[in-house]
Structures are given as structure tokens and as C-alpha cells.
Design a binder for this molecule. Structure first.
Ligand SMILES: Cc1ncc(COP(=O)(O)O)c(C=O)c1O
Length: 482
């Protein structure tokens, strides 16, 4: 199978499209510094003719970030922190400096918040799951639209007898009904523990769920877990204005580099109620085998199991400073303009008979949404192209999209119209279910969709190439590709 026959992009066509884009999105011109950086700091993308549209998967780093990090590593002698020898203290200083910088970046008062370094956002979420004092009478409330690492917390809640409740999101925009949320929040009662979790931005649909929910939930006795992993790469999260109890994120999504470092940014007052189910190296002031006891170190240290990724942590400060040097508002504006144009072009595509070429899952305009564009392609007879096949076809054009459910089964199921009746049998008899068996149970329905996600180094040419790729599906039969 081969990629649809796209005619090579004519430069005049792209120039004309760019002019039309600029007159529709004039704010884009204020982000021109990013075009200059694309030619220098991110030059490898064009040198290798890569159209990278997977920023929700992972960000793209600037060359300067790597150079500055290498300079630190080659200019010092660093040992494992947690000791008082010279090399250990040198490293401890760098780690603590970065911890402070993370708070500063998010405008979080050190009196109110602490930063716990984790391997990734999932590590932050697992800390909450295992430590939150769920018990009978308590609640874990979460939106259908959540990453699996937030969904997984329900297993801790359920095991400890808490009630788990999902708030649906409604197609086609995949937003939460505000009245429904308000009624679910009224489930809380005093004396119990209630945790509500939602993503600031959906990694599936790009929907930005209102940050106003944080105060609304807290006013009714809920602790709020805001999964900011997909939001912070191109949006400003001001923790002096929005005060969730817990924020989870992965730095590689924000900064492209380093991988292996995430954070749980936690309100000190709420951390008091967490109960760690175990202790480990790095988390205790003292433990005894003979005395069969231990004391946890107060503060963040009791949550950082073992040795943190200490050599990578200084690269977080470098990356945050890099973002600041560009300006998160500039990045936001750029992503906003390009995503708006991309969506308009894609949803306008029609087969000769008038049928749409794509079905978009999520908001069709830029109101309260970010730079994630989720869709499936359809042929003139309304048959869906398999998203994994389309991903392969895009590869042939050197366009990196991502196919699948993106670890967000709730949004996928509501977008694609899966019912409880269809899905419950998957979990009845079998100890485990293979992917083939799953396809059989759901009668061959598609299991996923195709995601493009934009970020700081995306250019007009990138989204133009995606639109060109999509245009080649006009009047194409799905049976020729699937
Ligand atoms: C919204 C959201 N939350 C959590 C995660 C988990 O991140 P990680 O795999 O880095 O732990 C992701 C990853 O894609 C995400 O998009």
C-alpha cells in the first residue's frame, strides 16, 4: 500500500495560503521569532524534512538546551545527592535550585506549594493514588476524559472502599456538562475525603476544561488533582491564581528534554493528609530492622523514592528558562493560530459528492481548546480509514502523527460511540484479552483515531503539509487503503 498520490506542494500555492492565513490570523506575525529559532535551534527538523506533529507525545528541544546541559555535566564533578561530601553537595545544590525554579516558573509560593520530583507525570499520579487516604464513604470523582494514569487511581480508591464516579463528556465537542459537574460535586459530605481529578487540557480532544472548577470543587470540600501534562507545553499555569491541591506533569512534554523527570506540585496543607504505604531509601530520617520502625523525612523527601534523576534535573531549569526567553504567551499564540487554521482546512474538506473527508473529535473552533486535533478520515461512502494505516501513510510523507486511543479510553469511547453493553463483555470471563479478541468483541469497530498536536516549533509549512496530505483523501476509497 502506498501514500495517496499527493502532488508536490507548489510554492506559490503555499505562499497564497500563507497570506490568506495571515489575514485570518494576524496575531501569528507576533510570533515570528519562532520562525527564526526553527531555522537555528530546531534546524534538524527541516534538514531531515520532518513534519513533527506529536507535541502531546513529547516536545522538541532546542540545541541550546542540550549545549547548556552538557556544559554543566562536563564542567563539574557530581555525585549522588543525599550526602555531605563535596560532589554530593554540589549536586544537591543544583537539584534544590531546580526545585525552587519550578515553583518560580509556575508562580507558586514556596509557603504554599512543594515540588516533588518524579520520573514522569504517571509517577506523580501514582504517588497520589497510593497515598490519598481513601476509605469507605470517601469519593474519587473524575472526568471520562482522562489519561489512563489518572484512571488508574480508581483502583486504589476502589480497593480501599471509596466510591468512584465518572463525569461524562458529551460529543461532539467532548466537554463536560457544567450542571452535571455541579451536581456530582454536591456528593461530598463533611468528615470524609473527596478527590476530583481532571486534565487541564485533554490529550485526546484538546479540550481545555475550566480551571474555575478548582475553586468550585474546593469550596465544597474536594481536593483537586489537576493533570497539567498536556496543558503546560503551550499554556501558562499560574499557581498564584489557580490553586489545585495537586498538579502532575512530565518535563519532556513541556521542554522536549530531559526525559525521565516529572513533578508533582502539591499544596503543603493537603500533603499533610497523604499517607505513604511504604518507605524506601531517600524517604526516611531513620529506620531500624531490629526496632522494626521508620520515620519519614518531612516534606517532599518522603515522596522521592530512591535516587532522583539527578544529572537530568538541572536540564529542567535550563528548559524552563528557554521557554521564558521565548515567552509562553508567544508559544500559545502560535499554537492557537496554527491549530485554528488547521481545523478549518480539515473540516472543510469534501468529497465530490459533498460528504466530509474527516470527522473531528473535539471543538471545531479555538474557544477553550489547545493544539491537539483528533480525527478519522472517511471515504465518499462514509467508510472509515483505519487510523493506523493513515499513520503509516503519513510516515511516507515524513509527517509524524499519532494513531490510537492515546491512553485516554474514556474520551475515545465517547467520541467513537462505544456503549457499556459493547465493552462490559471484554471484562467478564477472560483473565486477559488480546487485541484481536477485543476487536472481535467490538465487532471490528475502529479502536482509535489520528492525533496531530502542535507545539512551539511548529510552522505554517508543517500544518500546510498535513492539509496537503489530508486533501489526497478526497474521493479516495477506504478499501484501497485498509
Ligand atoms: C494528559 C496526560 N496526562 C498524563 C500523561 C502521562 O505522562 P507520562 O507518560 O509522561 O507519565 C500524559 C501522556 O501523554 C498525558 O497526555
Amino acid at each position: 500500500m502506498s501514500a495517496p498520490n499527493t502532488t508536490p506542494i507548489a510554492t506559490e500555492d503555499m505562499t497564497a495560503a500563507y497570506e490568506a492565513f495571515l489575514s485570518r490570523y494576524p496575531a501569528y506575525t507576533s510570533t515570528s521569532q519562532l520562525d527564526a529559532l526553527r531555522a537555528t535551534e530546531y534546524a534538524r527538523l527541516d534538514q531531515q524534512r520532518q513534519v513533527y506533529l506529536d507535541y502531546t507525545g513529547g516536545g522538541v528541544y532546542a540545541e541550546t538546551q542540550i549545549r547548556e546541559h552538557v556544559a554543566i555535566l562536563t564542567g563539574g564533578v557530581f555525585g549522588n545527592p543525599h550526602s555531605k561530601n563535596l560532589t554530593s553537595m554540589a549536586m544537591t545544590e543544583r537539584v534544590e535550585q531546580t526545585r525552587d525554579y519550578v515553583l518560580r516558573y509556575f508562580n507558586a509560593s514556596p509557603d504554599e506549594y512543594m515540588v516533588i520530583f518524579t520520573p514522569n507525570a504517571t509517577g506523580a499520579l501514582k504517588l497520589i493514588g497510593e497515598s490519598y487516604p481513601f476509605g469507605p464513604g470517601d469519593n474519587y470523582l473524575l472526568t471520562f476524559d482522562n489519561h489512563n494514569s489518572v484512571n488508574g487511581i480508581r483502583e486504589f480508591a476502589r480497593d480501599k472502599g471509596a466510591t468512584v464516579t465518572y463525569i461524562p463528556v458529551m460529543p461532539p465537542e467532548l466537554r463536560v456538562d457544567q450542571a452535571e459537574l455541579t451536581s456530582r460535586l454536591s456528593l461530598s459530605r463533611s468528615g470524609a475525603h473527596h478527590l476530583v481529578a481532571y486534565p487541564a487540557q485533554s490529550n485526546f480532544s484538546g479540550v481545555q476544561h475550566p480551571l474555575e472548577w478548582i475553586a468550585e470543587a474546593q469550596a465544597q470540600g474536594w481536593d483537586v488533582l489537576l493533570d497539567a501534562a498536556a496543558f503546560v507545553p503551550s499554556n501558562w499555569l499560574d499557581l498564584s491564581r489557580w490553586r489545585p491541591d495537586f498538579v502532575s506533569l512530565s518535563f519532556y512534554k513541556m521542554l522536549g528534554y530531559p526525559t525521565g523527570v516529572g513533578a508533582l506540585i502539591a499544596r503543603k496543607a493537603t500533603v499533610q493528609k497523604l499517607r505513604r504505604p511504604w518507605y524506601s531509601g531517600g524517604t526516611i530520617t531513620f529506620s531500624s530492622v531490629v526496632g522494626f520502625g521508620h520515620y519519614l523525612t518531612p516534606g517532599y523527601a518522603s515522596f522521592e523514592d530512591g535516587t532522583v534523576n539527578y544529572l537530568s534535573i538541572p536540564a529542567v531549569e535550563i528548559g524552563l528558562k528557554w521557554i521564558e526567553s521565548i515567552g509562553i504567551d508567544v508559544i500559545h499564540t502560535r499554537v492557537d493560530c496554527l491549530t485554528g487554521w488547521l481545523i478549518e482546512q480539515l473540516v472543510a474538506l469534501r468529497h465530490s459528492g459533498g460528504a466530509p473527508v474527516v470527522c473531528l473529535y473535539g471543538p471545531p473552533d479555538m474557544r477553550m481548546r489547545g493544539g491537539t486535533v483528533q480525527l478519522n478520515f472517511f471515504d465518499p461512502a462514509g467508510r472509515m480509514f483505519d487510523c493506523y494505516t493513515v499513520e503509516q501513510l503519513a510516515n511516507e510523507r515524513r509527517i509524524s502523527l499519532r494513531a490510537g486511543c492515546h491512553c485516554n479510553p474514556g474520551a475515545r469511547e465517547q467520541a467513537l460511540g462505544f456503549t457499556q453493553e459493547e465493552l462490559e463483555p471484554c471484562f467478564c470471563d477472560a483473565d486477559r484479552l488480546s487485541y484481536e479478541q477485543f476487536l472481535h468483541v467490538i465487532d471490528g469497530k475502529t479502536t482509535g483515531a489520528l492525533r496531530a498536536s502542535l507545539g512551539l516549533a511548529t510552522t505554517f509549512a508543517d500544518v500546510y503539509r498535513y492539509v496537503e496530505f489530508a486533501r489526497a483523501f478526497v474521493d479516495r476509497s477506504a478499501s484501497s487503503a485498509n
